[in-house]
Design a protein. Structure first.
Ligand code: FE2
Length: 666
């Protein structure tokens, strides 16, 4: 007879304990143990419990464990969340089995030993069988759904409650999320604003909304929103830093002339264009989109062109705005030298278009929906024992749940966006589909994206500075992990699971659009490293950059109107404060937008920052050391950003690693 010592680590999350009986079976290279009862009493939350049991003989090197849980008629059925199981063999070897998932009564669960294995590393039929079974089951559990043509496929589910337990919010996050929404709505209810369909009667009246809910930056925006400097600054360091590009030649449909724009220092527009001091934001993606009808009133959504001027070491300023794509007499080019309300009205239309482009393209499509594609493909195609699963699974936490919530509460038939945003009706899926058709792999990789937009030498561009640093740190980490497991390009090529994963992403995320440049297969180790870097960057840094400042910049509604209810002026000299108030959304629409912003900008108490891996999917020395090095480097960047921010009038905090979540979770 030989003895095996089994240590069970139960998770510390709410409801992780079990009152039920847990059985274990060990499977090794030389056989398997009997199915053995582990506990006769409660396994407590956060507990570490050790059990010893006998086997008639050694079963060799351990490959996997089987766990199952049964409740007696006296005890309620509950779910149990073990973190890991360690087994000490009679030979003295210690095997670790990472688990990190909910065990319920329904079935027998198999967990592989922690050493990462590619499919061609499998040398035992039990391991091969478990690998195959796991993927078959996941394929059933995580189906694809085609919600709208031209838009990335999403998880097949009917709301967050129908998702598997593993991918749902924790009990803590679920309660907090509901509480924050309730709190915001309650406060608004007290003020009696939620039902008022009246227009604002003055800009000052808006200042009293959310009087308890400020951030330093939302106050700053409220006080400076009319300044051209803050208007331009937001295209580099606000919530939408991914549209602006250097402009060397004016687009043909934007006929700005030398005499229209004043260039300080005696230069002219042609020279400034040649010298690279001119920048452009072009909202052509929104051209021709049918604007929503909100509360029975037709809304207006423009597709503007905005020109900016910046000299080295100077602040950037907008110098011309055309609100529609086709130049015409009734589509004037607005200038800072126009009367104050004309210029302000033009900027408001730009910011409203920017709201739609930012929310639908930069935020929803390029982070939330792509992160969901990465998550579902990973769950369907890579088993837990695969090194890429271990590397990427922490970066998918809560993504399926938050996206299911968004589909119900924001962009579903009765969602805030659908009901109240200018781009919330038919335009919503049209904009998403058009955005996807123009997405490129290079635009998802920040070094390529900055180069393509020709923004490498723009001063005071903190999104780029911090983003590139983080990309490089993530790349080094990913390179270390991947090169540890893949020693040659041939190994990447022959990993059929890995090839199937990228193919799944190409087909279901990018709808097989070859022109996107998204890889359809991996030929080299370096291709794999770049792609995995992009996945982590998109799910963490890029999402933080476009998500975390929503309340800072959106709380003062005129800076980011969710919709506009009056057409833009067709000639100059017809605007006033009164026309602006008629154009801005009414009180209840403003309130809906603010509620959503408030809720989506709050971190939850079980927030996991970038580079923190509380679940040990890797058990080997090298990847665990690489994780520690990764975290140390991120801590250094955080310190550098804090020091840099001390000298800034507007600190740029969205890419400070301590405020970046590991995954798209909000
Ligand atoms: Fe988000």
């Amino acid at each position: 007879m030989v003895l095996y010592e089994v240590t069970v680590y139960t998770g510390d999350r709410v409801c992780a304990a079990t009152l039920n009986s847990v059985h274990i079976r060990l499977v090794g290279t030389d056989g398997k143990s009997d199915r053995t009862l582990l506990n006769s009493l409660v396994i407590f939350r956060g507990s570490v419990s050790t059990y010893t049991f006998c086997c008639s003989k050694s079963i060799g090197k351990l490959i996997l464990i089987e766990l199952d849980k049964r409740h007696s008629c006296l005890m309620p059925d509950d779910d149990w969340f073990p973190d890991k199981v360690e087994v000490k063999s009679p030979e003295g070897a210690i095997y670790t089995f990472p688990i990190h998932c909910w065990i319920s009564n329904r079935e027998t669960y198999r967990f592989r030993e922690g050493k990462a294995l590619r499919i061609f590393d499998e040398s035992n039929s039990s391991g091969e069988h478990a690998r195959h079974q796991e993927l078959c089951q996941r394929k059933e559990t995580y189906g694809w759904s085609e919600e709208s043509p031209g838009v990335p496929n999403c998880i097949e589910a009917d709301g967050p409650c129908t998702l598997p337990h593993e991918v749902r919010f924790s009990f803590t996050k679920d309660i907090e999320f509901k509480f924050t929404a309730g709190e915001a709505v309650l406060e608004l209810d007290l003020k009696g604003l939620e039902c008022s369909k009246k227009n604002w009667n003055s800009l000052d009246a808006m200042k009293h909304v959310f009087c308890d809910k400020h951030t330093t930056l939302s106050d700053y925006v409220q006080n400076h929103w009319m300044d051209d400097g803050l208007f331009a600054y937001q295209f580099l360091n606000g919530v939408h830093p991914t549209l602006i590009q250097r402009c060397k030649t004016l687009p043909k449909n934007f006929p700005v002339t030398d005499d229209m724009v004043f260039i300080p220092g005696g230069s002219n527009l042609s020279n400034e264009l040649k010298q690279g001091h001119v920048y452009l934001c072009d909202y052509k993606n929104l051209d021709g989109m049918p604007a929503n009808v909100v509360q029975g009133i037709q809304q207006y959504l423009m597709a503007p062109l905005v020109l900016f001027h910046k000299r080295p070491n100077d602040k950037m300023k907008p110098i011309a705005i055309q609100l529609k794509q086709i130049p015409a007499e009734d589509n004037p080019i607005f200038l800072p030298t126009d009367c104050m309300y004309d210029w302000l009205t033009a900027k408001i239309f730009v910011k409203s278009a920017d709201f739609s482009e930012h929310q639908l393209n930069a935020h929803l499509l390029r982070t939330h929906l792509l992160a969901e594609v990465f998550a579902v493909s990973l769950l369907r195609k890579l088993p837990m024992v695969h090194p890429l699963y271990k590397l990427l699974i922490p970066h998918t936490r809560y993504t399926l749940h938050i996206n299911e919530l968004a589909r119900k509460q924001l962009i579903g038939p009765t969602g805030i966006f659908t009901l109240f945003a200018a781009s919330g009706g038919k335009a919503l899926t049209m904009i998403l589909a058009r955005s996807l058709s123009s997405i490129t792999y290079r635009s998802l990789c920040i070094p390529d994206d900055i180069a393509d937009r020709d923004l490498e030498d723009v001063t005071d561009f903190y999104y780029r500075d911090d983003g590139l640093k983080l990309w490089n740190i993530i790349y080094t980490f990913v390179q270390g992990v991947i090169q540890h497991y893949y020693k040659s390009d041939e190994e990447v090529q022959k990993d059929s699971e890995l090839q199937s994963w990228i193919r799944n992403i190409f087909e279901h995320g990018f709808l097989s659009k070859k022109e996107s440049g998204i890889p359809q297969s991996f030929a080299t180790v370096s291709e794999l490293i770049k792609f995995a870097t992009m996945v982590i960057f998109t799910c963490s840094c890029q999402h933080a950059a476009v998500n975390n400042g929503q309340y800072d910049y959106g709380a003062w509604m005129p800076n980011s109107p969710i919709t506009l209810q009056h057409p833009p002026p067709t000639k100059k000299g017809t605007t006033s404060e009164a026309t602006i108030l008629q154009t801005l959304p009414p009180i209840n629409v403003t309130v809906q937008g603010l509620t959503a912003y408030w809720l989506l900008s709050r971190p939850s108490s079980d927030f996991v920052p970038l580079g923190h891996y509380p679940e040990d999917h890797f058990t080997e020395k090298t990847p665990r050391q690489l994780q520690r090095d990764f975290k140390d480097k991120l801590d250094d960047v955080s310190k550098q950003i804090s020091m840099r921010n001390e000298g800034l009038e507007i600190p740029y905090t969205y890419l400070d690693p301590k405020s970046i979540e590991n995954s798209v979770a909000i």
